[in-house]
Structure formats: structure tokens, C-alpha cells
Design a protein around this ligand. Structure first.
Ligand code: SAM
Length: 333
């Protein structure tokens, strides 16, 4: 059983997953194009819009177009998102790079101009860092994506306490001034900062040569570009209140909706691929029943001890290897 902070009894009738907009509902999952769904959503009704939009990479679910055409279509959607967002609401836009013939286009840079022109205010550009991924051969390997967090106005919800993380030195004290000798930190922990280490794949802890253990994140489904529940939870807890609407216009397999439900928020999404809708429905039902598969929140990223078989330098590299780099490093001043 998953532990949830909220009483989910008001959600327990699975028929409550509506497939069209309904202000009285708690869960809406629209199977179809987001622009059509947006036409049905009233002005200023949503507290948080959070999504990872299609990146125009030519994945199974998208037709690759020119970057100009892609961004032109996205600005039409963003215009509608501005309309449906509450005045104290936020939008979190999670993107990586678009790569064309080896040239990298950092999508957040392109999107920034679109959001700014629309009237949004940037509050953070969050770097989501992950330790593993493909190894590039003609450029440095990419190990982060970003989340642009914009608000619609200067009056916005920001609750730091539910998302504080343990501080490194909780024993630190003020060494002068009126609070001299008193602890200088916050007993609830520190601000998590704008660099997040929430993992994309948990193979840090699962690949270690253990037979019959799949090198998969516990949340992984058939979707090629899922993001982790924890990433969304952090935004939901900081930027919304209980019972607020959280909307994902490109819902995929429903990660944002699951995160909203687990935290007592209303969940809304649109997704055009029927296969992903089916998986999303199942994950929603599993969330309501307390059995959704998920990486536990706040679980530290695995730190290898150096003794694991895969952390050791292969015997045949010993002569001319990374070990030499490590030895040289030790001698740095
Ligand atoms: C990057 S994925 C989002 C994955 C999601 N964050 C998750 O964790 O499952 C983008 C999704 O947008 C969907 N999509 C693309 N264009 C769409 C459109 N016009 N309307 C609705 N969904 C669309 C794709 O099918 C894909 O599942």
C-alpha cells in the first residue's frame, strides 16, 4: 500500500473520472486534442498548469515539423492556457532540447519569449539534473532538463514549508547579532533550491548486477517520455492548495493527475493517444486504491560506495585508466 497524506474516500467511485470538463468533478481526463478541450474550460479556473509538452522529436506520438512551425502551434495553446489560469496561478513547463542535424535548440530559451510576450512572469528556471543517460560522442552528454515556472501576476501561491529538504548543517548557529548562539537554519529544513536531483531512472540502485531485477524505475510504463511523480508533487505542494485544480494539457500516462490526486488536489488532463489514456486511467484507479507504483518521495539518490562490481575499474584498463585521473586529483592543492 502507498501511504497518502489525504483521505481519498471522496474519490473512490472510479466512474468519477469524467471525460469532459465538469466544474463539479474532481478528476477529468479528456481523450483528444488539447486545443479542443481548452475551448471548454472557463476563464481563470485553474490553479496550476504543469506539463512536459511534445518536444517535436518525432516520437511515436508526434509529427516532426520545423521549429518555427512547432513554436507557432505551441504559442496558440499557451494563449489559451493564460486565459484559463487563475490570476494567482502558476504554470510549470518542463522541457529539454530539440536536436536537428546535430544542432541543439534549448527549448526553454525559445519558450521564454512566448510566455513573456503572453504576459507571464518567470519565478524560477529550475534545473532538473539526472545522473545517467545516453553518452554523446560529438558534444558533452546532456544531464539536465529545465522547468520554467511562471506566474500570471505578482500575487501568487508559494508554500515553501511542504517542500523543504533536510539542511546540510542543521547545527549551524548565528555567531553574532541579537540571535547569537541560536540555530541559524529553519527546523523544517532548507529551501530545495532551483537544482533538483529527482531521478529520471532509478537504475542507480537497481542495476547493480542483481539477477532478475529489471533496470527500471518503479513508475515506468510504455510511455517513452514520462516524468517522475515526485517532480510534479514538489510543484503541486508549493504552488497550490488542497482542492485546487491541477491541469496537464499533454497528460501522457497521467503522472500529473496521479500526483494531484495523491495530494488532495483536483486533477485534469488531456491526451490524444488512446493507449496512454488507458494507462493513465489505470494509474488513477491505482492511486485511488492506494496501490499506484511510485518511487517514494524524498528517497535519496543512490550513492555508490565504490565497492559495487560495476563501480570498479575493469582489470584490463588498469594501466591507462580513470584510476590515474583519480590519483592525480587527490594531489590537487
Ligand atoms: C512528453 S509527453 C508527456 C508525458 C507525461 N508527462 C507523463 O508523465 O506521462 C507529451 C504527450 O503529449 C501528447 N500530445 C501531443 N500532442 C497533443 C495534443 N495536441 N493534444 C493532446 N495530447 C497531445 C503525446 O501523445 C504525449 O503523450
Amino acid at each position: 500500500m502507498n501511504e497518502t497524506l489525504f483521505d481519498l474516500s471522496s474519490f473512490t467511485d472510479c466512474d468519477q473520472i469524467k471525460d469532459s470538463y465538469d466544474q463539479a468533478a474532481r478528476i477529468v481526463l479528456y481523450p483528444g486534442d488539447t486545443s479542443r478541450f481548452l475551448e471548454t474550460v472557463p476563464n481563470q479556473s485553474i490553479a496550476l498548469i504543469i506539463t512536459s509538452p511534445p518536444y517535436n522529436l518525432g516520437k511515436d506520438y508526434e509529427n516532426r515539423t520545423s521549429i518555427e512551425q512547432y513554436l507557432g502551434m505551441q504559442s496558440q495553446v499557451i494563449k489559451q492556457l493564460y486565459r484559463i489560469l487563475r490570476n494567482d496561478g502558476s504554470i510549470c513547463w518542463q522541457v529539454g532540447n530539440f536536436v536537428d542535424k546535430g544542432e541543439v535548440y534549448p527549448l526553454d530559451i525559445f519558450y521564454y519569449g512566448i510566455f513573456k510576450k503572453q504576459g507571464f512572469y518567470l519565478r524560477n528556471r529550475i534545473v532538473w539534473h539526472f545522473g545517467h543517460g545516453l553518452h554523446a560522442s560529438k558534444r558533452f552528454s546532456g544531464r539536465y532538463e529545465t522547468i520554467l515556472w511562471f506566474t500570471k501576476s505578482d500575487q501568487y501561491v508559494f508554500n515553501l514549508d511542504p517542500v523543504r529538504v533536510p539542511s546540510k548543517y542543521p547545527g549551524k548557529r548565528h555567531f553574532k547579532g541579537p540571535n547569537q548562539g541560536k540555530p541559524s537554519g529553519n527546523p523544517l529544513g532548507k529551501n530545495p533550491s532551483d537544482i533538483w536531483e529527482i531521478v529520471a531512472q532509478d537504475w542507480e540502485e537497481e542495476i547493480w548486477d542483481i539477477p532478475n531485477v529489471k533496470a527500471n524505475h518503479p513508475e515506468k510504463t510504455d510511455h517513452p517520455c514520462q516524468y517522475p511523480i515526485e517532480l510534479v508533487e514538489r510543484c503541486i505542494l508549493a504552488l497550490t492548495k488542497e482542492d485546487d485544480w491541477v491541469f496537464d494539457p499533454y497528460a501522457g500516462v497521467g503522472t500529473s493527475l496521479v500526483a494531484a490526486i495523491l495530494n488532495g488536489r483536483r486533477a485534469m488532463g488531456s491526451e490524444k493517444e488512446a493507449a496512454y489514456i488507458e494507462i493513465a486511467r489505470q494509474r488513477i484507479r491505482d492511486s485511488l486504491n492506494g496501490v499506484v507504483r511510485r518511487r517514494p518521495i524524498g528517497k535519496p539518490v543512490y550513492q555508490p560506495t565504490g565497492n559495487e562490481k560495476v563501480a570498479r575499474i575493469p582489470q584490463e584498463w588498469k594501466e591507462n585508466s580513470e584510476e590515474r585521473l583519480l590519483e592525480e586529483k587527490v594531489n590537487y592543492p
